[in-house]
Design a protein around this ligand. Structure first.
Ligand code: DP6
Length: 321
């Protein structure tokens, strides 16, 4: 086989991970629940750098000088495959990279799936999770479809709790700023873990948030899920803001967007928001309400672009040659 291409979608967390238990395995310190989103994609092609031990990583057409993000993943995988050559990895995102849209999760998940197929490794799901997690703590969630839980309580377990067709929801992504973030999630969560006085209570509240979110998803109760997701999101951003140095991903535009979401909700439409390590706002709503909500944001000067998605599938191979 000369090459394999795999695709994965980013996932947006409703109960979030912000802080690691261990920086080598990259195991999160708390469990999380996310939604895989279908129209945003990372596509990764892998082939062998024949006769060389050098890995080459092209991201969105540009060769990367710093391979720190993918080298530990490749080392883990090379240990299983016993491959001694370098790999040529070409990844493309059809959406903004490093802007709070989870491009590392989808990028890493697509790499792991492509590698597994290329070397015919037949890795167990636990191994796929472990390899993805080394690259990004949120990446195992992009291996799977729908609502996904990444549970770290005893052992790490990752599973779909509701498939996309079981609850047809849509996601509207309000882009407020297209610049790459200055503080990466990796740096930011380490600063928070070490310095935020709220970090312990953030950890302590995780179990309850997971329980509420799980039961809201089981009931398909959008209002209840929205309440816990917004509370969890606000708390993560408080942890960031109380870190030293202070970390702020939300901007004035983010807040204007949230204000409009609350107004739409007051006017009787069910929807909720979440914001990650970037200024973009993700809205979750019933698919039937999507177009109406989109029109409310169509002429807002604080939004540069609106994207939409439904709940998506897990990472998968799309081509082999
Ligand atoms: C705010 O998974 O990108 O999106 O494990 O260091 O790669 P690393 O961090 P990453 O952090 C995600 C943070 C978040 C919340 C979430 O997705 O749960």
């Amino acid at each position: 086989m000369s090459e394999v291409t795999a695709i994965a979608h980013p996932n947006f967390a409703l109960v979030k991970y912000w802080g690691k238990a261990d920086s080598i395995s990259n195991k999160p310190a708390m469990s999380s629940i996310s939604l895989t989103v279908d129209s945003l994609t990372s596509t990764t092609n892998i082939s062998i750098n024949v006769g060389s031990t050098e890995n080459i990583w092209m991201l969105n057409g540009k060769e990367q000088n710093d391979l720190a993000r993918i080298s530990p993943v490749l080392n883990y995988l090379n240990n299983i495959s016993r491959n001694n050559y370098g790999c040529i990895i070409k990844s493309e995102n059809n959406f903004l990279t490093s802007a709070g849209l989870a491009s590392s999760a989808s990028g890493i998940a697509s790499l792991v799936i492509a590698y597994n197929q290329f070397f015919k490794l037949n890795m167990s799901f636990d191994q796929l999770v472990e390899a993805s997690m080394i690259g990004s703590g949120s990446a195992p969630r992009s291996l799977l479809s729908g609502f996904v839980i990444l549970n770290v309580e005893d052992q790490v377990t990752t599973r779909t709790i509701l498939e996309p067709d079981e609850w047809p929801l849509s996601i509207i992504i309000c882009i407020t700023d297209e610049k790459e973030k200055i503080v990466s999630s990796r740096e930011g969560m380490e600063i928070s873990r070490k310095t935020s006085p709220l970090y312990q209570s953030w950890l302590d509240s995780n179990k309850e948030d997971i329980q509420i979110a799980k039961s809201a998803i089981a009931e398909k109760n959008l209002r209840r899920l929205g309440e816990v997701a917004e509370k969890n999101c606000y708390m993560m951003h408080e942890v960031m803001k109380t870190s030293s140095p202070k970390i702020s991903y939300m901007t004035k535009s983010t807040n204007k967007c949230i204000k409009e979401i609350k107004k739409i909700r007051q006017d009787g439409t069910d929807l909720f928001f979440t914001v990650d390590a970037g200024p973009q706002v993700k809205i979750v709503c019933k698919t039937g309400d999507r177009d109406l909500i989109k029109t409310k944001f169509s002429n807002k000067s604080y939004i540069t672009k609106i994207m939409e998605a439904n709940i998506g599938l897990g990472a998968r191979v799309i081509h082999e040659d």
